[in-house]
Design a protein around this ligand. Structure first.
Ligand SMILES: [Zn+2]
Length: 256
C-alpha cells in the first residue's frame, strides 16, 4: 500500500488542487489559490514539500507566490517563463523524484490547451491539468486540434488502471455533451448514474482512469463510427481523419 493519499482541495467554482499527503507532509498540484492550501496545511499540521504546475493559467498557478513566501519549496513545471516561480523546468520525458514521498514522476509534454502544458505521471497517477478531463478535453487556447489529438492519444497509451486527476469538476456537463456526440454508449449511461450520485453527495467524480476515458470520452473515441457520424453531421460533410473529427466535436462542444 502506498504511504500517502491524494486529497482534492476546492478552489474557485470548480478547480481541484490535488494534494498528495501523508501524516506530516504534502505536495500540491496546481494551487490556483493559496488560501485553501494554507488552511488545509494548518488544520492537518502538514509541511509543504513541493508544488507542481501543469500550465500557466492563473487558476492553476495563482497561489504559487503566497505559498512560497511561507515555505521555499521546489516548484516543478513546464519550460515557460509565464510561470516565474518554477524552479525545476521540465522537458518531455524528464524524470524527478517527488521530495519526501519518493514517487518517481515523469513530465509529459501535452500541448493543445496551451502550447507548453505538461502532465505529471508516476506512482500509477496522472495529473493532467486542463488537457484531459473526465469525458472531455480542454479548450484549444494555444494549440491545434492535431496537437490535442496527439496529446490525448499519448495519454491513452498509459496503463488502463492509471488514476487520472484532472484540474476541474466538469464530468456531468461533459457527459451531457458526450451523450449527444456518442449516443447509445452504455458505458456513458452507467458513468452518468455514478457521477450524479457522487455530485449529489458533493463528492468529486475524480479520479477517472485511462480505461474509463477510453470507454466514455468522445475526444479520445474519434475513431468510433458513432462519434464520426455525429461529427459529420455537425460539420455537414464527411470527415475522414481523427484530427478533423476531434476539431469538429471540439467546435461543437464550444457552442453546446
Ligand atoms: Zn487552463
Amino acid at each position: 500500500m502506498a504511504g500517502y493519499e491524494v486529497v482534492p482541495l476546492h478552489a474557485f467554482s470548480d478547480n481541484y488542487i490535488w494534494t498528495i499527503r501523508d501524516a506530516g507532509h504534502a505536495a500540491v498540484v496546481d494551487p490556483g489559490d493559496a488560501q485553501p492550501v494554507l488552511d488545509y496545511l494548518a488544520r492537518e499540521k502538514l509541511t509543504l514539500v513541493a508544488i507542481l504546475n501543469t500550465h500557466h493559467h492563473a487558476d492553476h498557478v495563482g497561489g504559487n507566490a503566497a505559498l512560497l513566501a511561507r515555505a521555499p519549496v521546489p516548484v516543478y513545471g513546464p519550460r515557460d517563463e509565464r510561470i516565474p516561480e518554477v524552479t525545476e523546468r521540465l522537458g518531455d520525458g524528464q524524470r524527478f523524484v517527488l521530495p519526501h514521498f519518493n514517487i518517481e514522476m515523469e513530465a509529459l509534454e501535452i500541448p493543445g490547451h496551451t502550447r507548453s502544458h505538461i502532465a505529471f505521471h508516476g506512482g500509477g497517477m496522472l495529473f493532467c491539468g486542463d488537457t484531459l478531463f473526465a469525458v472531455g478535453c480542454g479548450r484549444l487556447f494555444e494549440g491545434t486540434p492535431r496537437q490535442m489529438h496527439d496529446s490525448l492519444s499519448r495519454l491513452m497509451r498509459l496503463p488502463d488502471g492509471t488514476r487520472v486527476y484532472c484540474g476541474h469538476e466538469y464530468t456531468l456537463s461533459n457527459i451531457r455533451f458526450a451523450k449527444a456526440a456518442d449516443p447509445n454508449n452504455a458505458a456513458l449511461q452507467e458513468l452518468e448514474e455514478k457521477a450524479r450520485k457522487q455530485r449529489d453527495q458533493n463528492l468529486p467524480t475524480l479520479p477517472s482512469t485511462i480505461g474509463q476515458e477510453k470507454a466514455t470520452n468522445p475526444f479520445v473515441r474519434v475513431g468510433e463510427p458513432a462519434v464520426i457520424a455525429s461529427a459529420n453531421r455537425f460539420a455537414g460533410k464527411a470527415l475522414n481523419d481523427p484530427v478533423s473529427v476531434l476539431a469538429a466535436i471540439r467546435e461543437w462542444k464550444n457552442s453546446f
